[in-house]
Design a protein around this ligand. Structure first.
Ligand code: FES
Ligand SMILES: [Fe+2]
Length: 398
């Protein structure tokens, strides 16, 4: 087996992150700051906000952001934070605000470029207030092949385009800029687990055979993970030869048209692109998907995702998309159960260390990236209460 072009030897640390890192609220504070505020976060696709005033919001790690389409056609991103008293200016997850964003608290209003349009009861403020000082605060934003990413704090992380440059050739076949929302809203599930438990389950295909009858029937033993070193990963499952056993897989395989716009190797394959810390984009012959983990606390996580259709989808492809969505929904439910069980395990008094297979190298690679950002995660025992940030700082500088 090769990962990142290098064969894996017998000699690597198979123990994974220690149990305490899955329930320490102090550590979670560091994760919020070092990982989630400083790393690119996917909000939506630009085609989710096609018209002037269309918006999509994203809450993560104590931050609130949104993207909105301006009257000049530009997509912009802002903190979802009123400059009067800090209320959300957009309350829904998705919608249209027309030509003006009006804060639901006292009614300050903003133009779609973020500038302050009006202050309710204007004469209750001094006459010489400089409105320019009270624009919505912009967010750093990057659009990669239509996908809109934001970053809440500056960091040394490369641009999304650089991070995902290894996939330019592969993704070009799918015309990602043109994919369209299906009309169904972004799905959101909240789970009583640490976000890393969700990612750990997703970062390996070792469990597919045992835990995912649908995926096993679809692509069986061909599924494998490739791990790259720059914070991205790739996994691929090529459809099995022969008759499928499950009706959903059988129906999907028989209805799926020959995706002639894709290279031969991708016409009967599901490809997953992972981006550190919490995003997967799925490239299917019938649709494009994404899902991500949004931590709420050390012990609660929201999983959020969406499905997109190809621009020229015909009826047959639409049915195929519906059927692949069914297989995916079952997979998500199966994974969520495994996530809960493994996160519970990390809290058990009997949990000392785990023991990873070569097929779970993706976990190690993800854990390594976390440990390099937050070195206190190397501590096998939970540091004393109140000392996690301090120890982390001294490990960073020392
Ligand atoms: S908080 Fe927005 S108008 Fe007061
Ligand atoms: Fe899974």
């Amino acid at each position: 087996m090769k990962l990142d072009g290098k064969p894996i030897g017998q000699d690597w640390d198979r123990s994974g992150l220690p149990g305490w890192t899955y329930f320490s609220e102090e550590l979670h504070e560091l994760e919020r700051e070092e990982v989630f505020r400083k790393m690119w976060q996917l909000v939506c696709h630009a085609n989710d906000v096609p018209e002037t005033g269309d918006f999509m919001t994203l809450d993560i790690a104590g931050e609130r952001g949104f993207v909105v389409r301006g009257s000049d056609g530009q997509v912009r991103a802002f903190h979802n934070l009123c400059r009067h008293r800090g209320s959300r200016v957009l309350a829904e997850e998705q919608g249209s605000c027309g030509s003006v964003i009006t804060c639901p608290f006292h009614g300050w209003s903003y133009n779609l470029d973020g500038s302050l349009r009006g202050m309710a009861v204007r004469n209750s403020f001094p006459g010489d207030v400089d409105k320019a000082q009270f624009s919505l605060k912009p967010l750093e934003m990057e659009i990669w092949k239509g996908f809109v990413f934001v970053r809440f704090k500056p960091s040394e992380q490369a641009s999304v385009a650089e991070l995902l440059s290894g996939f330019d050739e592969e993704t070009a076949h799918y015309n990602l800029e043109d994919i369209q929302p299906t009309g169904e809203e972004v799905w959101v599930d909240e789970m009583p687990v640490n976000w890393k438990s969700v990612r750990d389950v997703d970062n390996e295909g070792y469990h597919v055979k045992q835990a995912h009858p649908g995926l096993q029937d679809l692509y069986g033993g061909s599924y494998h993970d490739e791990v790259f070193s720059n914070g991205t990963s790739r996994s691929v499952g090529v459809f099995r030869e022969g008759e499928a056993a499950l009706w959903s897989v059988k129906a999907y395989r028989s209805i799926l048209p020959d995706a002639t716009w894709l290279p031969e190797s991708h016409r009967k394959a599901w490809v997953y692109i992972g981006m550190f810390p919490n995003l997967v984009i799925g490239l299917y012959p019938d649709s494009i998907t994404f899902y991500q983990e949004l931590p709420v606390s050390s012990s609660r996580t929201i999983q959020r995702g969406a499905v997109y259709r190809f621009k020229d989808e015909d009826r047959q492809l639409k049915v195929a998309r519906y059927l692949s969505g069914r297989i995916d929904r079952d997979t998500v439910e199966e994974d969520q159960m495994l996530t809960v069980w493994s996160c519970e395990g990390a809290k058990s008094s009997a949990y000392d260390e785990i023991y990873l297979s070569d097929l779970e190298y993706g976990l190690k690679s993800h854990h390594d990236q976390l440990r390099s950002l937050i070195p206190v995660m190397n501590c096998t025992e939970e540091p004393a209460i109140g000392s996690v940030a301090k120890i982390n700082q001294s490990m960073k500088t020392g």
